[in-house]
Every structure is written in C-alpha cells, then in structure tokens.
Design a protein around this ligand. Structure first.
Ligand code: AMP
Length: 384
C-alpha cells in the first residue's frame, strides 16, 4: 500500500478517500478522475454532490467509525472536504491510512477559540477576542472589547451561522441566549475596507504553492462574488500570500489551506479564519488558472509535484444560491447559457433552499471589473 507521508507518491490509478460529499468534494472528485484516480466518498446524505461523480458512495454519519474505517481500508490516502468531523473518526482513519490534512490541523480549526489562540500565539494578526462561558463573561468581554462586537459559537459555525452582532449592552442577554448553552467567542469588530482570501497548498515534503489573492463580497454572511485577482496594492497582496504560507507551515498542513483576511484602511491585514481545504473563494481557479484548487488538493495529498497556480486571465465568480430557484422546477438555464463566455457549474443538488449553495458562475475578461460585470449580468438574467 503506498504511503503519501513517505517519499513514494500515490499515483494515478489509486483510490482516494474523501470524508464529506458536498460541492467541494464533487469538484475534488472530478479533478481526481481527470487525473485517473478513483474516489470513494463518505457522506451522511443520499445522492450527495460528490457521491454522484465518485466511484463509490458510502452513506454514513461522520461519527460512524466503522464506516470511516471501511472507507480508509479501500483507498490509499484520505482527505476531507469539510473540517467538522469528529476527532474519533479522524483518529480511526489516520490509524489506517495517511490522512491529509492531519487530525492535529482539524482539531485546531474546528474550534474558533483554538484557532484564534493558535494564530495569536504564533504572532499572526487577529482581532482581540475573549472566551465566553457565562453571561458574566460576556458582560466583561463586551466592556473590554467595546461595541460593535461579534459573538460566535466556538464550534460548528460557518457562513455566519451562530453569530450575533452586539451594538449595545442591551443586546447581551439575547445574544447569550442565542448561544444555546454552547461555548462562545466574542470578537472585536474589525472596520475592514474589504475581505480577501489566499488559498495555498503544501505537499508532504514541504513544497508549497499559492494562488493570487481573491477579493470577496458577502451578502448576509454568505460569499456572493469573488474577484480574482483582488484589486489591492501588490505589496499588500504579497504580504497576504506570504502570511498564508507561513500559517500553513506553522500549522504543519499537508493539503490545502485557505486563509480569510480582513483588509483595513492603510493596508493592515487581520486574519479572520482558516479552512484546511479548498474554498468557495477559489472556485474561479477551475476556469482561470493553470491548476485548479481541486487538482492541487489531489496532487498535494498524494505527494505528487504541485501544479502551476498561474492566473491565465482576470476572473470573477458569482455564487448561485437556492433563492434563485422557482417554487417548482429549475431556473431558465438557457437564459444564462446565452452568455456564451460565462461558465456554469452546478453541484447536482436536487433540493433548493434559500441560502443553499447550488452552483456558481465564472467569467474571464481583460479586467476584473469586466469579469465581474459578466457574471452579474448572467446571474441577473436568471431572475428576469
Ligand atoms: P465568519 O463565519 O467568521 O467568516 O463570519 C462571516 C462574515 O461575518 C465575515 O466574512 C464578515 O463579513 C463578518 N464578520 C465576522 N466577524 C467579524 C468581525 N470580527 N468584524 C467584522 N466583520 C465580521
């Protein structure tokens, strides 16, 4: 059995195991199959986006250790598309096969307090934060950090879920109540000019690669559009790329790491959060770069040489959320496909719910502004 943690790479023809079967897993699977690998995906849902294109779909809960072990036994290396997987499952898998990213990485990033402490302890810039276990903790933390501030659950939060913005002392009781007994973290508000992210990869032998900075716009806490490359000064972009690679090395990530940043006026970067996997803000790499973030995940976790991350042309990506779906049936895709230079990616999800990521659009152009205008026009045509 090949071992990606040793110098022997896992070569095309081998089977790769995937914990999580959502859209990130689907695009990983498609990239892996292009390279001649087989993919076995484990996900609790039926007919999941990755399962539809994988060689084998194992339907099991993430805490089903026996199912995870069965997945591991059938493959040469295991990776994840989702970081919130129980520690016992990760341990059981890592005992049987190389798993990238490692359990130590997932342990750190599964919990906002651990993640922020890791970053602060290693000298990376984060907004001031406090641990919240009681309402008294929250009162003291709000007094120390001031308003506005943001209360988040320490675990299992994404896309703004489990977050409350505090504007005044009077917001504290309801915000604490909303934690529902879970541990929380209060963060000082960051008055940012824009949000951006850097995606990088690190191979088992330590080789790294990084894409240009992505500029992200959110609507109701969910990523709406990404402009690639970010419209920021080169010196700031290089600083963000260097910091992302430093974080990947400090965290000893093998595989992918996404670092989300706030950029303040004056060019100061603050790390918002980490994801040890490909990211929604990197979807434009599929159409716009020599190597996509998903192909790079395959290369990195298999111990193969990393691909070239060069951006071929400025690009933009727009998410397609379930809100665009009519009450019955599918949107009028032919209107969108009439934009002949816009690429449509759908994830195979049958049930469209508001806020659910169903697909995305990518366009390339001579400038990031033109690319953004194209994806927005194409998406707007769906609503007419
Ligand atoms: P998160 O799930 O932590 O990435 O938060 C989702 C979004 O909420 C971010 O992309 C920001 O737009 C906003 N946000 C979260 N934390 C802060 C903060 N401390 N200061 C300002 N905005 C924030």
């Amino acid at each position: 059995m090949a071992d990606a943690s040793e110098s022997t790479p896992v070569r095309p023809g081998a089977a790769l195991g995937l914990l999580g079967g959502g859209q990130l897993g689907r695009m990983f699977t498609l990239a892996a199959r292009n390279l001649g690998f087989r993919v076995h995906a484990l996900d609790p849902g039926h007919d999941c986006p990755a399962g539809q294109v994988a060689d084998l779909e194992i339907r099991a809960a993430y805490n089903d250790i026996y199912a995870a072990q069965a997945l591991a036994r059938g493959v040469d290396v295991v990776t994840v598309e989702f970081e919130n997987i129980a520690a016992e499952t990760l341990e059981a898998v890592a005992h049987l096969r190389p798993m990238h990213p490692g359990a130590h990485v997932l342990h750190t990033v599964q919990h906002r307090l651990r993640e922020k402490r890791f970053l602060a302890d290693h000298g990376f810039p984060v907004t001031p934060f406090r641990e919240i276990n009681t309402e008294a903790d929250l009162c003291a933390a709000a007094a120390a950090l001031g308003f506005p501030s943001v209360l988040k659950t320490a675990s299992f939060g994404y896309d703004g879920k489990g977050q409350t913005k505090l504007l005044a002392l009077s917001d504290i009781p309801a915000a604490f109540e909303a934690l529902g007994g879970q541990q929380g973290i209060l963060e000082a508000w960051v008055p940012f000019e824009l949000e951006c992210s850097v995606i990088c990869a690190r191979a088992p032998q330590g080789e790294t690669s990084v894409w240009p900075v992505a500029e992200n716009a959110h609507v109701r806490h969910i990523l709406d559009t990404t402009v690639f490359p970010a419209r920021i000064p080169d010196s700031v972009a290089q600083g963000a790329q260097a910091m992302a690679l430093d974080i990947a090395r400090s965290l000893d990530v093998v595989g992918m790491l996404t670092v989300e940043f706030f950029l303040k006026a004056g060019g100061e970067l603050v790390v918002n959060e980490l994801a040890p996997r490909p990211h929604n803000s990197g979807h434009a790499t599929i159409d716009a770069c020599v190597t996509s973030q998903f192909e790079q995940q395959v290369r990195a976790v298999c111990g193969l040489p990393l691909g070239d991350t060069t951006l071929l042309r400025p690009a933009a990506m727009a998410n397609l959320l379930g809100n665009l779906w009519p009450a019955q049936g599918e949107p009028a895709w032919e209107r969108l496909l009439a934009f002949r230079d816009v690429k449509l990616h759908l994830y195979g999800k049958t049930e469209a719910r508001p806020g659910r990521k169903m697909g995305h659009l990518t366009a390339l152009a001579d400038t990031p502004e033109e690319a953004l205008a194209k994806v927005l026009a194409a998406r707007a045509a769906l609503k007419d």
